[in-house]
Design a protein around this ligand. Structure first.
Ligand code: SF4
Length: 226
């Protein structure tokens, strides 16, 4: 849905030059989890409401694995559908996909994803706890979870690109995915452009000043600032 080559440049407070996919930031992509998302398995599935959690959350490194484990240990078990599995003493993370590490997958999805049959409702338990605590989801969730569908790459020291995930970014698994929401018209139904709807996430990545500069530049191109 975005037009490759429509790049907006901003520099953050640390001197990193960001190339931003302006077409994606102007687009009205929206996460439609639970409202038509077909999941990322080979078979389209709008009813299980697993979204992109069906393979667990890939963790950046040991520090992130320890941070997520420590935060999860603070959540009241009444808010965790899979509290028994966590309490059983097994690891919160497991190696998978070669040497990459993921949150544990239980019953077909991330152990932290409460399912639609959970009495307190479906959704990410880490996300819900961040909201209950009045804290940012960027502090509570694995980076890949709060960033999706934003994809950041750092090709060189002092340079970064920010764009939408594409099917190809999922690797060989991407070829068989039933759904790549950034490429589907069904998920371009947001009431505001991505630069507005993902303000918290973009600010966490770019910093306040670079986010404001990007927002202003996009507004000059016809997108209302947040
Ligand atoms: S980000 Fe995309 S794949 Fe993931 S839950 Fe939302 S719509 Fe579904």
């Amino acid at each position: 849905m975005s037009d490759p080559g429509d790049w907006l440049k901003v520099v953050d407070d640390e001197g990193t030059e960001w190339s931003l996919d302006a077409a994606f930031l102007r687009s009205n992509w929206a996460c439609i989890w639970g409202a038509g998302c077909k999941g990322i398995e080979a078979t389209p599935d709008e009813t299980s409401i697993l979204g992109c959690c069906s393979v667990g959350a890939e963790l950046l490194d040991d520090d992130e694995a320890m941070r997520i484990a420590a935060l999860a240990a603070t959540i009241d078990h009444a808010h965790l559908q899979f509290a028994d599995e966590l309490a059983a003493g097994g690891p919160y993370v497991e190696p998978s996909f070669g040497d990459r590490r993921h949150t544990r997958v239980v019953d077909g999805a991330c152990i932290f994803l409460n399912r639609k049959d959970f009495a307190r409702g479906a959704g990410c338990a880490l996300h819900a706890e961040a909201i209950r605590s009045g804290e940012s989801i960027t502090d509570w969730k694995p980076a890949i979870c709060w960033q999706l569908p934003i994809r950041v790459e750092r090709p060189a020291e002092g340079a970064a690109t920010l764009r939408a995930w594409s099917r190809a970014d999922w690797g060989p698994e991407g070829d068989t995915m039933a759904w790549c929401c950034t490429e589907q018209a069904e998920a371009h139904v947001g009431e505001v452009p991505v630069v507005v709807s993902l303000r918290e996430e973009l600010t966490a990545l770019l910093g306040e000043d670079a986010y404001a500069a990007a927002s202003r530049a996009l507004a000059d191109g016809g997108v209302s600032p947040a």
